[in-house]
Write a protein that binds this ligand. Structure first.
Ligand code: ATP
Ligand code: MG
Length: 403
């Protein structure tokens, strides 16, 4: 097979591959970019593999950076752009079920492709678009199959993350996992516990944003692999119900993925949300956003949303909550418009602040100040006092009298 018109991302890298070939070595595009090009899906980065050893690459190109030289990766700098090339290698050891104890540089493309996870990820492409397919990856792309390169049992034993990658690719591409590969996952699920949570999370977050998450989730449940994902052991039914959702096209980013997921699991309290998301090692920023949207989403579900709740969530979280309300088929009014009509959208927009109140000798720093400002904010949000300095000063004095 030869691809006639390569996506633009490959073009500037072609001379690099040509130069390596002119020096007497082999060089190919490999991995996801080749797979996605054949599927006519957009590509986001390219990987280059070569028979040249790192020292040889460094002789061919004047400007290089050792970005991962112990694994055979060298970055070639060309007109301000960096291209990472990785020497063909084999991996052995895998005593910890996740990382090879030893990598060996080799000259054979076949050996390099053999260590890759799935046949559709083991395709190579020359700079002229000729595809090299040693494991019938093209056939599997046609058949829409995720199939391990070689013996799946061995491959999952070497690196347990591959099981999570299998379900992720099933969702991403809407492909079926080949039976022996699926059987391998059934037999080795428990090994996932050896894998760093951060790496499991990356695959799971991608799964939820795939072309058909239903498939990946169904495989995750059916193989039992979900039991070895953080905090999911008791959630089989909720996961199943979640997988049957049919508005997946609405899930377009990480926040929406996690918000829809946590909502589907029925985790509601802020503390439980934090605890669950922490067990997945998610960032505080993401946790904060999901907590905010979830509180609002629950209010939408019960049909009572106050202006204070909208304000507390902030515009982004309001948007997320509305998207997930749609995802769940829940009725709601145009809350984004209500948010946009709030007199203030952020506490900094209040026409008066603590510093000024102190300067004017109206209040001293302390807990009372905090309480008063909070009440002023509420009055403004509810439209009871205009966001105007003089009016707010008057309101402040009244509040102090009541204190
Ligand atoms: P994506 O579109 O998500 O980037 P990808 O196939 O490029 O998909 P990467 O994680 O970027 O996935 O890996 C690049 C390539 O490296 C894969 O296509 C595969 O050939 C190989 N690879 C990655 N992870 C593994 C693994 N755990 N075991 C074996 N091969 C792997
Ligand atoms: Mg990639």
């Amino acid at each position: 097979m030869q691809i006639k018109k390569l996506p633009a991302l490959f073009e500037p890298a072609r001379p690099i591959l040509q130069k390596i070939e002119q020096a007497g070595f082999e060089a190919y595009f490999v991995g996801g970019s080749v797979r996605d090009t054949i599927l006519d899906d957009p590509i986001h980065d390219i990987d280059i593999a070569t028979s040249a050893y790192p020292s040889e690459i460094k002789k061919i190109f004047r400007k290089t950076v050792d970005t991962g030289i112990q694994h055979g990766t060298v970055m070639i700098l060309d007109h301000g752009t960096g291209y990472e090339t990785t020497t063909f290698r084999t991996e052995s050891g895998y005593q910890d079920y996740r990382r090879p104890d030893q990598v060996t540089f080799v000259r054979s493309l076949r050996d390099d492709l053999k260590r890759r996870d799935f046949t559709i990820n083991a395709l190579a492409m020359k700079e002229d678009g000729t595809v090299i397919d040693l494991f019938d990856g093209l056939g599997d792309l046609d058949r829409h199959l995720i199939r391990a390169v070689g013996n799946p049992e061995e491959r999952f034993n070497e690196d347990a993350l591959r099981m999570m990658r299998a379900v992720r690719f099933a969702a991403k591409l809407d492909f079926t996992i080949d039976s022996p590969t699926l059987e391998g996952i059934r037999n080795h699920g428990a090994l996932l516990q050896k894998i760093a949570v951060e790496r499991i999370e990356v695959e799971f977050t991608k799964l939820l944003q795939g072309l058909n998450p239903q498939r990946g989730l169904a495989d995750l449940i059916e193989t039992g692999l979900y039991q070895y994902c953080p905090g999911l052991t008791d959630y089989r039914e909720a996961l199943q119900a979640f997988s049957r959702q049919d508005q997946w096209q609405l899930i377009t980013n990480d926040q929406l993925a996690w918000l829809s997921f946590i909502n589907a699991l029925g985790i509601t309290s802020r503390d439980q949300v934090r605890q669950f998301m922490k067990s997945w090692k998610l960032s505080n920023e993401l946790i904060d956003r999901v907590q905010k949207s979830l509180q609002l989403l629950l209010a939408i579900h019960t049909g009572q949303v106050t202006k204070q709740q909208l304000f507390a969530a902030g515009r982004g979280a309001v948007q997320d909550a509305l998207t997930i309300a749609d995802f769940n088929g829940w009725q709601h009014t145009d809350l984004l418009r209500t948010f946009d009509e709030l007199p203030i959208k952020d506490s900094h927009e209040l026409a008066i602040n603590g510093g000024q109140l102190i300067k004017d000798g109206i209040l001293k720093p302390g807990p009372m100040m905090g309480r008063v400002l909070k009440q002023l904010q509420q009055l403004v949000i509810n439209g009871e006092v205009p966001n105007d300095r003089d009016q707010l000063l008057r309101a402040t004095k009244k509040l102090i009298e009541k204190e």
